[in-house]
Design a protein around this ligand. Structure first.
Ligand SMILES: Nc1ncnc2c1ncn2[C@@H]1O[C@H](COP(=O)(O)OP(=O)(O)OP(=O)(O)O)[C@@H](O)[C@H]1O
Length: 225
C-alpha cells in the first residue's frame, strides 16, 4: 500500500489567474479515513480531481507509489489504483447495475476471480439486492444509483478511494451502511479513503479531518470536527 503525497501543490483553472488550491503539502496514508470539509467554492472538488488524476497541479507535485502523477499514465492510475466516487460519474443508464460493474472490471483488466460473484457481493455490501442488480439503471432511484457508483468504484479493488459527498442522497440507515463500508475498507483492508463531505456522520468516522478555506488546507482536531 502506498502513500499519496502532495508537495507544495497549487492549482489555477486555465484562463484564470486565481489560485484555487494554494501551496498544499500533506500526506494521505493507507489504513485511514480522511474527510475534507469547507464552504462551497473553497476548493474541495478541485483537490479531489487532482488526487483522482483527472487534472494535474499547476505547480508542485502529487506523488503516489514514489512517482509523480503528472509523469505517469493517469488513465492507468485511475483504472488500477484509484476508485472514484463522484456525483457526476455517470453509469450507463440503459444497462443493468451488474453489467455496469462487469464492464468497469473489464476495462480495469480485472482477472483471476469470479467477476459476477464479486460484483454481486459488492452490490450487496452497499445494500443493492440481486434483484435490483439485474435492473436497468434508469429504473433505480438516485440513492441506489449512487451506491451502484460506489460498488463500481470498488470493483477493481483500488488502494485509494476518493469520494465526493457519497452519502448525499441517502437516508440515515443506508448512509450508515455505506459509512460502515468506508470504515472497513480503511481499517480492515488498509485502503486510503478520502471523502469530501458536509455530513457530521461522515466526519465522525474520520481518522483525520482537513478543512479548506480559499484553497488553503488546515488540519482540524478530530474531536472538533
Ligand atoms: N472549470 C472551472 N473554471 C474556473 N473556475 C472554476 C472551475 N471549476 C471551479 N472553479 C472555481 O474554483 C473554486 C473552487 O471550486 P471547487 O469546485 O473546488 O469548490 P468546492 O469546495 O468543491 O465547492 P462545492 O462545495 O460548492 O462543491 C471556486 O471558486 C469555483 O468557482
Amino acid at each position: 500500500m502506498s502513500t499519496l503525497t502532495l508537495q507544495n501543490v497549487s492549482y489555477k483553472y486555465e484562463g484564470s489567474e486565481r489560485l484555487v488550491i494554494r501551496d498544499v503539502s500533506m500526506s494521505f496514508e493507507p489504513g485511514k479515513v480522511y474527510t475534507i470539509i469547507g464552504k462551497s467554492g473553497a476548493g474541495k472538488s478541485t483537490l479531489l480531481n487532482l488526487l483522482a488524476g483527472l487534472d494535474v497541479a499547476t505547480t508542485g507535485h502529487i506523488v503516489y507509489d514514489g512517482v509523480r502523477l503528472a509523469e505517469i499514465n493517469r488513465n492507468h492510475y485511475r483504472a488500477r489504483k484509484a476508485g472514484i466516487i463522484f456525483q457526476g460519474f455517470n453509469l450507463l443508464t440503459n444497462a443493468t447495475a451488474l453489467d455496469n460493474i462487469l464492464l468497469s472490471m473489464h476495462i480495469s483488466g480485472v482477472k483471476g476471480i469470479n467477476k459476477k460473484a464479486r460484483a454481486l457481493e459488492l452490490l450487496e455490501k452497499v445494500g443493492i439486492s440481486p434483484e435490483k442488480a439485474n435492473r436497468k439503471i434508469l429504473k433505480l432511484s438516485g440513492g441506489e444509483q449512487q451506491r451502484i457508483g460506489m460498488a463500481r468504484a470498488l470493483a477493481h479493488n483500488p488502494e485509494l478511494i476518493v469520494a465526493d459527498e457519497p452519502t448525499g442522497n441517502l437516508d440515515e440507515d443506508t448512509a450508515n451502511r455505506v459509512l460502515g463500508v468506508f470504515a472497513s475498507l480503511a481499517h480492515e483492508e488498509g485502503k486510503c479513503v478520502i471523502i469530501v463531505t458536509h455530513s457530521k456522520e461522515v466526519i465522525a468516522i474520520a481518522d483525520e479531518i482537513w478543512s479548506v478555506d480559499e484553497g488553503v488546507f488546515r488540519p482540524v482536531p478530530v474531536n472538533e470536527g
